[in-house]
Design a protein around this ligand. Structure first.
Ligand code: IPM
Ligand code: MN
Length: 360
């Protein structure tokens, strides 16, 4: 298979972890006989420094002409601490999601047996967790208008806006995913307070008649935040709006063992993008301590979702599980004798090659 992949490494630890994900993709390409070509471009603070724009046109073009996009992370403290900054790296990420139409963010959450003992949560509660969050990504309070400040500057406002169409398109994806899983879908909202949430409930209920095999239930987001930690095995597919999905997936990462482990896919009608859910972690940048597994697992999602290479994707996931089993992990997971970013990436590459030989 011949494919073009746009690489947007971004800021902070983005370039380090993305480099390891590319190594994993190359290992797969080599062993399975695929050709992956990469085109790197700028995004975020790095793009602001070079061009003044956090999502330059050249980057957008590169994304649009690629078969899939692999993304690292965005964000730089020099902007976080400056409330007056006119351009922010995060604007690049939001603009990219919007302009590429990446409306569905898929975030799988599972526990790893090898990591159960290091979790702050009890083993019997998290062992066997396997759910997936469908987070709406191009609507809601992240994008709604009007937003800003009053003239005197003493009042600020953001608008949460959703159309029925926006809700419908991601709901269909979530119901289809549920049909192929354990056939349960939970809509997480705040319908006791928000008008947008009531539209979500109404719309999702309507759509559910097209998926009679899927059991649908509703949960308020505050309750869901509790239940995800109390009984994570109860969840199969979680469907939710943009900001609730942002928050509950950081929370859910505790179940897997580290924020550094969670991958994601952002799907649209024309493009798809794959990125770890963690941020740019600027304190760790350049130190070689960042966990590359979230990025590597994002590469696995890329193979599955963008190229339909299921076997190749599974090999990467197995290689990652083996590295955790072997205690070969960065310091967020392995407190004693941690490995560095590159060593973990090298181990995964070796495992990929081993696994392919075994299954051949
Ligand atoms: C994420 C991040 C982003 C978001 C930030 C960096 C804007 O937290 O991808 O989850 O809130 O969507
Ligand atoms: Mn987030």
């Amino acid at each position: 298979m011949n494919k073009n992949i746009a690489i947007l490494a971004g800021d902070g630890i983005g370039p380090e972890v993305t480099a390891e994900a590319v190594k994993a993709l190359n290992a797969v390409a080599e062993t399975f006989g695929h050709q992956f070509k990469y085109a790197e471009s700028l995004i975020g603070a790095a793009a602001i420094d070079a061009t003044g724009n956090p999502f330059p046109e050249a980057t957008e073009e590169s994304c649009k002409s690629a078969d899939a996009i692999l993304f690292g992370a965005i964000g730089d403290p020099k902007y976080d601490n400056d409330p007056n900054a006119k351009v922010r790296p995060e604007q690049g990420l939001l603009k990219m999601r919007k302009n590429l139409g990446l409306f569905a963010n898929v975030r799988p959450v599972s526990s790893y047996d090898a990591l159960l003992p290091i979790s702050p949560l009890k083993e019997h509660i998290i062992k066997g967790t396997d759910f997936v969050v469908f987070r709406e990504l191009t609507g809601g309070i992240y994008f709604g208008e009007p937003r800003g400040r009053s003239e005197d500057g003493n009042t600020a406002f953001d608008s949460c806006v959703y159309s029925k169409t926006e809700i419908e398109r991601i709901s269909h994806l979530a119901f289809k995913a549920a049909e192929n899983r354990r056939k349960k879908l939970t809509l997480v909202d705040k319908a006791n307070v928000l008008a947008t949430s009531r539209l979500w409930r109404e719309t999702v209920k309507e759509i559910s008649s097209q998926y009679p095999k899927v059991e649908l239930d509703f949960m308020f987001v505050d309750n869901a935040a509790m239940k995800i930690i109390q009984n994570p095995k109860d969840f199969d597919v979680v469907l939710t709006e943009n900001m609730f999905g942002d928050i509950i997936t950081d929370e859910a990462s505790v179940i897997s063992g580290s924020l550094g482990l969670l991958p994601s896919a952002s799907l649209g009608t024309k493009s798809s993008l794959f990125e770890p859910i963690h941020g740019s972690y600027p304190q760790a940048a350049g130190k070689g301590i960042a966990n590359p597994l979230g990025a590597i697992l994002s590469a696995a999602m890329l193979l599955e979702y963008a190229f339909e290479l299921k076997e190749e994707s599974q090999i990467i996931k197995d290689a990652v599980a083996n590295s955790l089993k072997a205690g070969f992990a960065t310091e967020d997971i392995q407190k004693e004798n941690p490995k560095n970013t590159k060593e973990v990436g090298d181990f995964v590459v070796k495992e990929i090659k081993k696994l392919v030989t075994v299954s051949a």
